[in-house]
Design a binder for this molecule. Structure first.
Ligand SMILES: Cc1cc2nc3c(=O)[nH]c(=O)nc-3n(C[C@H](O)[C@H](O)[C@H](O)COP(=O)(O)O)c2cc1C
Length: 374
């Protein structure tokens, strides 16, 4: 009882009466479920019964509202995708996806490649490209699409649809200033042998440890950019890179934002730089891809952390809890669109050499690996 009172007092001192009231409500709700609801309906059995029925499962989560924000984000994302295509707005996820699909076709061995491919979307791709091209801009990613299309029309067999798309493409090229850059599929042997030895990679992986205590030094923004360039080499579904890294190095903002995540309570006042990694469902038009923003963003996050280490910087992932109130607060604070979901937060800084690091012993390989097991 005494520990409860002292915990309440510390919440009150740190975050005020409103926060204490909200935490109190949550505590009471948890107790109510633990002692009353689960007392009458034993938890394990009840959850299994609910899980065995599609209707009960849907109803259970409808009542709890657990997946509401995910569902809303997926729907908003599909709407945004279509609106952006109609209004021909950047970034052009449809161009990226179609160009990627053509590159995959061009990368097939000759004897496996179909003589006619991409016929279903080639017309849209050329139209999209024409609309997206900004005459006075760098058009960096679009140059790739132009190069790939040039290569495609050289290789593909003509059909009426493909010939019409080619005419359209040629008339587009004749109206813009563009030097071909050869951003097209290339043999793997042309990649320089990476200088990273297996031993260097192992050492880097071991060096990266979740670090929560930092020197009070600014994190140079150019090192963030350098690490992001590495992060953005990570694989992403159809190369769509459906994420954004939002950085904060203002101490007040860092404390305010990181305190919404709970998991950094206790050390968030010493974080020199905070990343909020946001996934964007608008990169995907189909509900089947609802998980992809989490995968794209997390793969990039891992590479980002490794790259930070090579610059002498350390980091720690901070869980983003799917608590409706916190989701609402962060959406408002960061002005997130309805298709945008926070994937995780990350603390970044130069490590305090005297700060302690949990040992975090990993599982043995054979616990997580199997071959041909069905
Ligand atoms: C998705 C995810 C969420 C995490 N959330 C938190 C968190 O909220 N607070 C924290 O201090 N560490 C957090 N961590 C760091 C883990 O505790 C840490 O990765 C784990 O204990 C293994 O330690 P290591 O990273 O040093 O190998 C998180 C890590 C991941 C991948």
């Amino acid at each position: 009882m005494r520990s409860l009172v002292s915990r309440a007092k510390s919440v009150y001192d740190k975050k005020g009466a409103k926060h204490l009231f909200y935490r109190g409500l949550q505590f009471t709700k948890r107790r109510f479920y633990e002692h009353i609801v689960w007392g009458i309906f034993p938890k394990k059995k009840t959850l299994r019964t609910i899980a065995s029925s599609r209707l009960l499962t849907s109803f259970y989560f409808l009542l709890k509202g657990t997946f509401y924000r995910e569902q809303r984000a997926v729907l908003c994302g599909a709407a945004e995708y279509n609106e952006a295509e109609e209004q021909r707005e950047a970034p052009r996820h449809r161009i990226i996806r179609s160009t990627h699909r053509i590159e995959k076709g061009l990368s097939m061995p000759e004897d496996k490649r179909r003589p006619v491919f991409a016929e279903r979307y080639i017309r849209d791709l050329v139209d999209d490209l024409r609309a997206a091209w900004e005459p006075d801009q760098g058009n960096e990613q679009l140059q790739w699409a132009v190069d790939v299309l040039s290569e495609y029309f050289e290789r593909v067999e003509r059909t009426p649809i493909i010939s019409a798309a080619e005419d359209n493409f040629k008339s587009f090229l004749s109206g813009v200033r563009y030097e071909p850059q050869d951003k097209v599929p290339f043999p793997r042997s042309e990649i320089n042998q990476a200088a990273v030895s297996p031993e260097a990679m192992r050492q880097l992986a071991q060096k990266r440890t979740s670090t929560r205590w930092f020197q009070q030094r600014d994190v140079p923004r150019d090192l963030i950019d350098e690490s992001l360039k590495v992060a953005m080499q990570s694989p992403s579904a159809c190369n769509r890179q459906s994420y954004e890294f939002r950085f904060f190095d203002d101490p007040e903002l860092i404390e305010e934002i990181s305190s919404l995540a709970i998991g950094a309570d206790g050390y968030n006042d010493n974080i020199p730089c905070l990343a909020v990694i946001v996934g964007k469902q608008r990169a995907y038009f189909n509900v089947r891809d609802k998980h992809v923003i989490y995968i794209d963003a997390s793969l990039a996050a891992m590479a980002f952390q490794f790259s930070l280490e090579t610059h002498g910087l350390a980091s720690c992932c901070i869980n983003w809890p799917a608590i409706p109130k916190n989701e609402r607060q962060i959406s408002k604070k960061l002005n997130l669109n309805c298709d945008e979901k926070v994937i995780m937060l990350m603390a970044i800084g130069y490590p305090d050499p005297n700060g302690m690091i949990p040992y975090s012993k990993k599982k043995p390989v054979d616990l997580v690996r199997s071959f041909n097991e069905v």
